[in-house]
Each structure stands twice: as structure tokens, then as C-alpha cells.
Design a protein around this ligand. Structure first.
Ligand SMILES: *Cc1c(COP(=O)(O)O)cnc(C)c1O
Length: 404
């Protein structure tokens, strides 16, 4: 088994291929332990294991060797004390909310959120008498103003989906800590490769492993990472063990192998995305109103993005010009004309994918909530993959030229 002392001195790329490995037969590839249960030598051993006196596995809802390898590897890449895997990104997000908060507590959240995150922080929490304020996450004073004595959690996603707003994690962490709240960062868009929220003061980080970690469109998964072991043992672990959002060992195995190439894939995709974002400039004016990308010179928070990210991410968002109806019509014309890039609502995949967020990922929100989040009828999110940028640009230029 790789030792914790090794993973702490290794670089992230070594950790990506080595950390967490626990060999049963000196196998080179990590073992897939597709098992729900475990047998004991004796009833005495079973009793000792349940009492926590004997180390070992009990049931795969609690823990599993393959899932544990994934957790240990991701924790090492992130530089976090611990990681708990979850069945999906949303299982990870909702577990943090549900284990940490109780009736009467208050949340401050950026309003630019993934649709399902908004459901958890808003609809679900309000049913348990947990109030939330949704603010413009790029406005530091808005975070300060929203704080109440009952504030227990700050939540943000940066860059945000699909508007790619960038929030100053360090400054927001300071505000959270001044009022005794924890800062939870959804780091899906930035990935553990391009942004390190713990170094910026975050308390908890969540991922949808479905996105860049798998990155090849196969499995769902999620993860929660943190440094506070007591909090994990008191709140998160009992919640996850007893409510059951555990990651399947098969999915954990796929994700474990995917982590080996995460750095290579994400950096290559981010390089492609930067090239595409720059090369789309001639279309600004017609048919596009804007090209959004955190590392473009005209992005509103480009300075913060360059300070806290090692790359601008793998998503480029297009915003078509025109009144609402015209803009949405143009977005649809563009999507219909794409020949290489797929129309699909996933992201972080090796294959480039494009989606019209207003009518797909964010269709459940009211128009007002979408406007608040900056989601316009003309917005198309393009997740840039690993194809040749020349081919991507041929497809994008062709589709844009066909828009009337
Ligand atoms: C996809 C996504 C999630 C949810 O992840 P699932 O694996 O689909 O449950 C959460 N946050 C962001 C930013 C996402 O893109």
C-alpha cells in the first residue's frame, strides 16, 4: 500500500498514478473489488469489527477497497486530509448540506449555481427551515451583507456554470471564517488540476467525478474533500453510512484509472479551450454578442482568474446577439449546424459537447432566477474536448457562418 508519507512528498502527477494503490497480488493495475460484503474469520472478529476494534471492511455501503483507493488517490492529488466518494456529484453536494445544517441555520450562496445545486440550497433546504440568501458571488460586499448570526455555510462554484463567473475564493473564505461559517467550493469547472481551493482557504470541496475525472462519458461519481477529520467523523461519515449515497466499486475503479490521465487531459482540453476562445473573436458583433472564457482579456474577472487558476478551464460559453427571441433562435440554428461537436448537456468529456442551457440544464428555473444568474436565451455552453483545434474551429466557424 502506498504510504501517506510518500504521497505527501510526491508531486501531483506521481500521486495521480501511484497514490492510494493497495495491492493484493502485486497486480500493476488496481484491483476491482466488486463485492457488497465481506466474510469474517469468526463471530468474534465480526463483533470486533463492528465495535471498531478490528480494522477491515464490513459492507460496501460503508467502505470498499476499490472505492478507498479512489478516495486516497484523489485526496493526495488535491492535497486534502481526506476524501469521501459519493455516487454522483449531487450526492456529494446534498450530503454536505444535509449533514452540516439543521433547522434555523442560514446559508449564503452565490446565485450562479448548477441547476440541481440551486434545488438543494433553495427548495430542499427551505423544507427543513434552513434559509438561504442567493447573492452575486463576484460582489464581496454582498457576501458580507448577507451574513447573519445563524450563518453556517458559504457555497460557491467558480468558474460558474454556464456563465463562467469567477469568484475570489480567498477573500470569500476570509469573510466566511470571520462569521464562523464553512466555505464549500464546487470545484467541478476548475478541476483539481487548475485550481486548489484549500490553498485559498476553502473548508470543503465537492466534485462531480462524472465530468473531467471520468472525462470519457462512462460513469457517474462524486467526491467530498476536506481537512477537518473531526467534522468528517462526527457529521459526514455517519450521514453517508446511514443514508447510502455510496459510490459503486465498479465506477470507483473506472474513476481511479481515469485519475491517472486527469492532468494530461485537463491541461490539453484547457489549452484547446483557450485557443478556441481566442479564435472566436471575429464573430463578436455578429452573430455573437460575447465569448465568455475566464482567461480571455475581456473577461470581467480575468485578473482573479489568472491569480487563482492555472488555466482558464475547459468550457467556453457563447452568447448570441439579438433580442431574446432572435438570440435563442440563433443559438438553435448554431447547434443544429454543428457536425462534429455533439449536442449534449454533459461536460468535461474528451469529446466536445455543446448545450443551450436555458432549455436544458437550467430549464427548471424561473426566468427571473435565470436572469439573476446571467443565463440569457442566447447562451450556448461549449465543453471543449481533446479533438484537433483546427477541426473544432472548422465546425464552429461553419456553424456560426450559417446563423442568420
Ligand atoms: C455536473 C455538476 C454537478 C452534479 O454532478 P452529477 O455527477 O451530475 O451529480 C454539480 N456541480 C457542477 C458544477 C456540475 O457541473
Amino acid at each position: 500500500m502506498t504510504e501517506r508519507s510518500d504521497t505527501k512528498k510526491w508531486g501531483p502527477r506521481t500521486n495521480a498514478v501511484r497514490a492510494g494503490t493497495n495491492r493484493a497480488f502485486q497486480e500493476t493495475s488496481e484491483g476491482l473489488f466488486l463485492t457488497s460484503g465481506y466474510a469474517y474469520d469468526s463471530p468474534d472478529q465480526a463483533a470486533a469489527r463492528f465495535a471498531g476494534e478490528d480494522k477491515g471492511y464490513i459492507y460496501s455501503r460503508f467502505s470498499n477497497p476499490t472505492v478507498e483507493m479512489f478516495e486516497n488517490r484523489l485526496a493526495a492529488i488535491e492535497g486534502a486530509e481526506w476524501c469521501m466518494a459519493a455516487a454522483t456529484g449531487m450526492a456529494a453536494v446534498s450530503s454536505v448540506f444535509m449533514c452540516h445544517l439543521k433547522p434555523g441555520d442560514h446559508i449564503v450562496s452565490s446565485r450562479a449555481l448548477f441547476g440541481s445545486c440551486r434545488y438543494v440550497a433553495d427548495d430542499l433546504c427551505s423544507r427543513f427551515n434552513i434559509e438561504a440568501d442567493f447573492i452575486d458571488g463576484t460582489d464581496l460586499d454582498a457576501w458580507k451583507r448577507a451574513v447573519r448570526p445563524e450563518t453556517k455555510l458559504f457555497f460557491l462554484e467558480t468558474p460558474s456554470n454556464p456563465g463562467l463567473e469567477v469568484m475570489d475564493v480567498q477573500a470569500i473564505a476570509d469573510i466566511a471564517h470571520n462569521c464562523g461559517a464553512k466555505l464549500l467550493v464546487d470545484n467541478v469547472f476548475a478541476t483539481p488540476i487548475l485550481q486548489h481551493p484549500f490553498e485559498l482557504g476553502a473548508d470543503l470541496v465537492v466534485y462531480s467525478a462524472t465530468k473531467h475525472m471520468d472525462g470519457q462519458g462512462r460513469v457517474m461519481g462524486g467526491a467530498i474533500l476536506g481537512n477537518d477529520v473531526e467534522w468528517r467523523d462526527e457529521f459526514l461519515r455517519p450521514f453517508m453510512r446511514n443514508t447510502g449515497p455510496s459510490l459503486s466499486p465498479f465506477n470507483a475503479w473506472v474513476l481511479l484509472k481515469s485519475l491517472e490521465t486527469l492532468d494530461l487531459r485537463v491541461r490539453a482540453m484547457a489549452q484547446n479551450a483557450l485557443e478556441v476562445a481566442e479564435a472566436l473573436s471575429p464573430h463578436i458583433g455578429h452573430p455573437l454578442a460575447r465569448v465568455l472564457y475566464p482567461f480571455r482579456h475581456d473577461h470581467k474577472q480575468v485578473d482573479i482568474a489568472k491569480r487563482q487558476m492555472e488555466g482558464g478551464g475547459t468550457v467556453v460559453t457563447l452568447d448570441f446577439a439579438g433580442d431574446d427571441e432572435t438570440a435563442q433562435d440563433r443559438a438553435f440554428q448554431f447547434l443544429r449546424a454543428l457536425e462534429l461537436i455533439d449536442v449534449s448537456n454533459n461536460l468535461g468529456d474528451a469529446k466536445s459537447l455543446a448545450t443551450h442551457n436555458r432549455t436544458t440544464t437550467h430549464h427548471r428555473l424561473t426566468e427571473e432566477a435565470r436572469r439573476e444568474q446571467g443565463i440569457t436565451p442566447g447562451m450556448v455552453r461549449v465543453s471543449i474536448g481533446l479533438e484537433d483545434t483546427a477541426d473544432l474551429m472548422t465546425d464552429l466557424n461553419g456553424a456560426l457562418a450559417s446563423v442568420r
